[in-house]
Design a protein around this ligand. Structure first.
Ligand SMILES: *[C@@H]1O[C@H](CO)[C@@H](O)[C@H](O)[C@H]1NC(C)=O
Ligand SMILES: *[C@@H]1O[C@H](CO)[C@@H](O)[C@H](O)[C@H]1NC(C)=O
Ligand SMILES: *[C@@H]1O[C@H](CO)[C@@H](O)[C@H](O)[C@H]1NC(C)=O
Length: 198
């Protein structure tokens, strides 16, 4: 009963937000994502339709969410912070997230994500933080990440990545935290000049 009430509240909230903000697309996408997770509704009640910018979506870290990220998230054009760390997200990181051209922080650390890091993420020129550590990501670090010239914090440790560190990362002058250098995860020599970074 409690959860039925919460579901009704959320639905009403989403509808109100879609009308007041005139952003039906965003409302539809968030709803699709909520349905893909199915639970828990409590964590999603913080989506407040009265916010000046209801499409600012934060604070879903450590919220007990599990399930996949839907590809439609890539259409949330105004999204600045995708903070879903310490949940039970599984499946792969949708390549469509590379379309989020206002994103500042991608915080998906400490989940159960698998598959490769999409090269498309290198197109998010606004990105300052990319935290994907503590998942089960495989494959190589895409060299396209060297295009993220505003990146300050890149954390990829504690995955199952392989290959060497792309030299292109040396292009990022702003980088302060680069935990990928932990050679545990990179058995091959990295061909990179660290002087370019620090
Ligand atoms: C994600 O987890 C759910 C629930 O444990 C499971 O049913 C589903 O198959 C998982 N999906 C993937 C891609 O691992
Ligand atoms: C990580 O992925 C590998 C390869 O897909 C799989 O064999 C392994 O069971 C996964 N580990 C965890 C902790 O999910
Ligand atoms: C991003 O980087 C890749 C590989 O380093 C490069 O081939 C590509 O042209 C770059 N894309 C843009 C939009 O700069």
């Amino acid at each position: 009963m409690g959860s039925q009430f919460a579901a009704a509240t959320l639905l009403t909230g989403l509808l109100a937000f879609a009308m007041s903000a005139n952003c039906n697309t965003e409302g539809d996408i968030l709803y699709a994502q909520r349905m893909a997770w199915q639970q828990p509704i409590d964590a999603l009640e913080s989506w407040d339709p009265t916010l000046e910018n209801p499409c600012l979506w934060e604070d879903l870290g450590n919220a007990g969410i599990s399930g996949p990220l839907v590809p439609e998230l890539g259409d949330l054009e105004k999204l600045q912070y995708l903070m879903l760390f310490k949940n039970g997200l599984n499946g792969s990181i949708p390549t469509t997230l590379g379309n989020l051209n206002n994103l500042v922080s991608l915080d998906l650390q400490d989940n159960l994500l698998s598959g490769t890091i999409p090269g498309s993420l290198g197109a998010i020129s606004t990105l300052k933080n990319m935290r994907l550590h503590g998942n089960n990501l495989t494959g190589a670090i895409p060299s396209s990440l060297g295009n993220l010239t505003n990146l300050v914090d890149l954390e990829l440790q504690n995955n199952a990545l392989s290959g060497s560190i792309p030299a292109s990362l040396g292009n990022i002058k702003t980088l302060r935290l680069l935990y990928v250098i932990l050679l545990y995860y990179f058995p091959h020599n990295a061909h990179i000049s660290w002087q370019n970074i620090f």
